[in-house]
Every structure is written in C-alpha cells, then in structure tokens.
Write a protein that binds this ligand. Structure first.
Ligand SMILES: [Zn+2]
Ligand SMILES: [Zn+2]
Length: 311
C-alpha cells in the first residue's frame, strides 16, 4: 500500500529527530576534570609517594598538562591517559622540578608509535630547551628513524614561548591566559588560568604571595596553589650548611599557608587545592597542619592535594 503524505511526513520527522538526537549525544562536551599528577614541590626524588610537580586538566577529554616534573609519564599512565594522547603542555617556569621530564615525556609519546602532535607553551627558554633535548636524544632518534622507519619527532612538536603575561591560546573549548608571578630570582615565572565552558581553573605555579594573582584567579571554580609549611622546613634545613640562604630563598619565593588562605579569599574562588607541597617528603605533616593556617582566612572548600586525586 502506498504511504499517505502524512505517514511520509511523520516518518521524515522521526528520522530527523533521531539524527538530531544522535548529533546532540556525539557533540555533548565532556565535563572538565582536574587530576593532580605530582604534588611534591622541589626537585628531590623522595620516598613519600608524592611525585614531582605536574597537574592535568582534561577539557572535553583532551589532556592539558601543566608542568612536567620527574615521573610525569608514569603518573599520566596511572591517571589513565595513554602517552600518545598528550596534546598541550604548559610550563610555568624553568626550575627543573617543573620541566625535568618535558623532553622525555614527548619522547615517550613518540615511541608509542601512534600519531602525535604536541603544542608546548612556556616562558622564554622553552625553544632552546626543546632543541637541547633533541640534541641529547639525537643518536637514538636518528637511529630509530632509519632502522625502524619512524617519523621525525622534531616535526611533531610546536613550541610557543612568551616573555609577557596575557592570552596563551584560545579555541572553542577553552581560553588559556597567563599571569606573571613572584618567584625570585626567576622573573619568567607564570600562573595559568583555564576558562573552559563548564569550569575555570587557575594554577599558581611557584610564587610568593602576589596580589596580582588574586585578580587573575578572581572567581575561578578551582585554584590550585603552592604552599610551604615553615615549622617542618626549619626542622629539615637546620642541619644544612646553606640553611640561611635556603630559608631566605624559600621565604622570598614561596607562600605560607596563611597567605595562601588570604589569596584564595581575595580571589573568591570556590575550591582551593594545595599542591606543590614543601616539604613534600615529610609524612608526619597532617592534612590539618597543611590547611589550618589557610582556614583562618579562607572559608571555602580546601583540599590538601595528593597524587592522582581528582577534583
Ligand atoms: Zn617548584
Ligand atoms: Zn620554582
């Protein structure tokens, strides 16, 4: 029996509704996730179980990696992110606890054998550091290109370095901006802010108390901020021959819990996450000790960061 005009129209409407629904399901953005990969400040490799600094933000399931401390490749895998998925890297500054595994992570992504492309962003010096890594790895890379038929990894990374704060990158899913912070004697030290459609996240990098960071992080859903706990530091460094110098550096370049609390309150963020803990290898410091100074000034949610914790 031939279809009536009405049946045809109803059928067409059903088909187009189904295809609309399908498109909608496919295009639905995934919620933004934050995973702390390494929460220990400083370059030493300890036995606390805390890895060196790195933070992962998954925006619509695309990884944005902030800093590449030692162990970052392993931590990414532990967080369920295969290394060929590494796509965007942001370096806050060139203290090596933040980029010791930068080149190695890229290499590890390359040797997966799957197609990769990495865009790396960071302060001036990143281009040279990338080239220097390729010099370090030249023998292996060129051997494998000839012997194993691999593509040239030097074509698979784009480096974007900057000397001033401002817009870092922007596209549909996210806008990334930077703010220069106070980390003497390093002048090129930056915080980053990620404004995704569903969530905004600011990452302090390494800094002493910096009012401009409060403006930069204003109203963010999450602020991941460094912190140091002075009583434990004093206990730790008193035996060292350079104790006085080291204490001066730490006080000038990092933030005590009370000041982290002032920062979070001034920035009016919803959640404050403590990461880059200094000292990061002293298991006797309780979560309460890390956060009690913070809570004197900040009444929002405080999370004491631990490796592989998701916020
Ligand atoms: Zn650091
Ligand atoms: Zn630093």
């Amino acid at each position: 029996m031939p279809y009536t005009r009405r049946q045809v129209l109803v059928g067409a409407a059903a088909v187009s509704l189904a295809s609309l629904f399908k498109v909608d399901v496919v295009a639905q953005p995934k919620p933004t996730r934050i995973i702390l990969l390494g929460t220990k400040g400083g370059p030493s490799v300890g036995k606390s179980g805390r890895s060196n600094p790195a933070t992962l933000i998954l925006i619509n399931d695309i990884p944005y990696l902030i800093d590449c401390g030692y162990g970052v490749s392993r931590q990414l895998i532990s967080a369920g992110v295969s290394l060929d998925r590494v796509r965007y890297i942001f370096i806050t500054h060139h203290h090596l606890d933040h980029d010791l595994e930068y080149g190695t992570l890229f290499y590890n992504a390359w040797v997966t054998g799957r197609p990769i492309h990495v865009d790396a962003y960071g302060p001036v010096g990143l281009q040279k550091m990338t080239q220097d890594f390729f010099s370090y790895a030249k023998f292996d890379i060129e051997t494998r290109m000839v012997d194993e038929g691999r593509p040239d990894p030097r074509q698979m990374i784009s480096v974007h370095e900057f000397e001033q704060a401002g817009l870092v990158m922007q596209y549909d899913d996210v806008k990334v901006t930077s703010c220069r912070v106070r980390h003497p004697p390093i002048t090129q030290s930056y915080a980053y802010r990620f404004d995704a459609r569903d969530r905004s996240v600011a990452i302090s990098g390494d800094t002493a108390y910096a009012p401009e960071l409060a403006e930069f992080a204003k109203g963010a859903d999450v602020l991941v901020h460094e912190v140091m706990y002075l009583p434990a530091i004093e206990k730790l460094i008193k035996q060292l021959p350079n104790a006085t110098r080291l204490r001066e550096h730490l006080m000038a370049a990092h933030t005590l819990p009370e000041d982290v609390g002032r920062m979070a309150a001034r920035a009016e963020v919803k959640t404050l996450v403590l990461s880059h803990l200094v000292p990061g290898d002293d298991p006797s410091i309780t979560d309460e000790q890390w956060s009690e100074g913070v809570r004197e000034y900040f009444k929002g949610r405080v999370v004491v960061g631990k490796d592989l914790m998701e916020i």
